[in-house]
Design a protein around this ligand. Sequence first.
Ligand code: FES
Length: 156
Amino acid sequence: MADSNELIERHIRRGGSLLAVLHAIQDELGYVPPAAVAPLARALNLSRAEVHGVITYYHHFRTQPAAPVTVQLCRAEACRSMGTEALAQHIEAHTGCRFDAGHPHGATVELESVYCLGQCALSPALMVNGTLHAKVTPQKFDAIFAAASKCVEVTA
Ligand code: FES
């Protein structure tokens, strides 16, 4: 696996924009390490504040590795109208975690609120470890979560 400096160099050489390089780093490493900010700023002739501002503006970018099981629940209007808040309560009760509380070191589950996954007609929608699920019921969530947790146990 490449480190962030190698990724920065490779993508800058290809003329990549800040967003393109950030996506490449996160795709490869799973997050954008804070140590990548200074070399990125230097390579793109930006200030560190500008790079940091972009990373923190877009909710998509992580500055630490994700938990092994990451649930991203859509809480935008269409999903709200189809019961996403009741589903959120079920998910918190089922997992013992709280939404948007991050994940303390060693935690295996992280719950994140997101705002529209492009599946409004099939709401409520969520993603578990990057896989999209639509028309999610509490029972469906339990099955999805059990499968994701099982994969984590097997690969750990
Ligand atoms: S509002 Fe939830 S997917 Fe669009």
